[in-house]
Design a protein around this ligand. Structure first.
Ligand code: DOR
Ligand code: ZN
Length: 345
């Protein structure tokens, strides 16, 4: 097949940052994607509906002229979050979901939740009004090995929460393990999972073999190959519970290339080319539209986009920059370690 036309995709997990970085990266998303769920882990975080409104305005002001893009805002759950404020944000249409970061799990998560009991009034209200909870599904317990943190989170936090609040709609974000895939598949209702572009392509060897490669480091960290294969099988299956959330997370190079580098991989610019490559390899190009454009809106109760994009397979590799320059500094672009032939025309 030389070309494929699909409904315009959406990104159900995206870090746009703020200020000069926001200005430098937003065009890479709005070029291909119609909507994105915007992560709230700014400094300071987007905690209240008023914060989300102000951040949304800054995003719209940074949008390249002529691009149409809808940011779907999230609130950063804290132990002090007000159930009334969350409900007001949801009812006004501004707030699409609330994000749970276990405190300390990742970038700017120290204001997140330490004690789930303290977040229960908000979670109960969300279950009542049907507002989804997006979860960063990793425990932060120092004794738990970093490669096991997703599975332990499912067993000790997520499953007990879902048993207690069966009406709560939960998006398990950036699933990285077969345990996560199996958990979602085995549930009867009210859970879905987003999968990143990079976790379909790299396993943990990319980070550690032949030297430490900080540009392949993200959280949850990439796992062993068997997990990557489980993610690929889920993403390319067409199963409505799995959809794209790139978790594209720009950091300037000096903050990645140092003794304690930040977690995050920047994929907005070449995600669609990478995905077409992966789906072609899996003989599943006919499932790309479900993964990138249909399953996500269905889960969030939104209509799929009306317009389309066309991906074309070129005979020679499609050029993309190794780095983008932003007003905040250079950001290295995800290198899938193979040539990309699919291009968005
Ligand atoms: O790799 C990551 N980067 N994972 C996250 O959960 C956060 C993100 C960021 O904000 O940099
Ligand atoms: Zn993220």
């Amino acid at each position: 097949m030389r070309s494929i036309t699909i409904r315009r995709p959406d990104d159900w997990h995206l870090h746009l940052r703020d200020g000069a970085m926001l200005e430098g990266v937003i065009g890479d998303t709005s070029r291909h994607f119609a909507r994105a769920i915007i992560m709230p882990n700014l400094v300071p975080p987007v905690v209240t509906t008023a914060d989300a409104k102000a951040y949304r305005d800054r995003i719209m002001a940074a949008l390249p002229k002529g691009d149409r893009f809808e940011p779907l805002m999230t609130l950063y759950l804290t132990e002090d979050t007000s159930p009334d404020d969350v409900e007001e944000g949801a009812r006004s249409g501004l707030v699409t979901a609330v994000k749970l970061y276990p405190a300390g799990a990742t970038t700017n998560s120290h204001g997140g939740v330490r004690d789930m009991a303290k977040a229960m009034p908000v979670l109960e209200r969300m279950a009542k009004i049907g507002l989804p909870l997006c979860v960063h599904g990793e425990v932060t317990t120092p004794e738990v090995d970093i490669f096991d943190r997703e599975k332990v989170f499912i067993d000790t936090v997520l499953d007990p929460l879902r048993r207690r609040l069966p009406d709560l709609k939960v998006t398990m974000e950036h699933v990285t393990t077969s345990d996560g895939i199996d958990y979602i598949r085995s549930a009867e209702r009210n859970i879905a999972g987003s999968i990143t572009t990079h976790h379909l392509i790299i396993n943990r060897n990319a980070i550690l073999v032949g030297g430490i490669k900080p540009h392949y480091y993200c959280l949850p960290v990439a796992k062993r190959e068997s997990h990557r294969l489980a993610l690929r099988a889920a993403a390319t299956s067409g199963d409505r519970r799995f959809f794209l959330g790139t978790d594209s997370a720009p950091h300037v190079d000096p903050l990645k290339e140092c003794a304690c580098g930040c977690a995050g991989i920047y994929t907005s610019i070449n995600t669609m080319s990478c995905l077409a490559h992966v789906f072609e390899q899996e003989n599943a190009l006919d499932k790309l539209e479900a993964f990138a454009s249909l399953n996500g809106p269905a889960w969030y109760g939104l209509a799929p986009n009306e317009d389309t994009i066309t991906l074309v397979r070129r005979d020679t590799p499609v050029p993309y920059p190794a780095k983008i320059e932003t007003g905040a500094g250079p950001v290295t672009v995800f290198d899938p370690m193979f040539d990309l032939f699919w291009d968005v025309s």
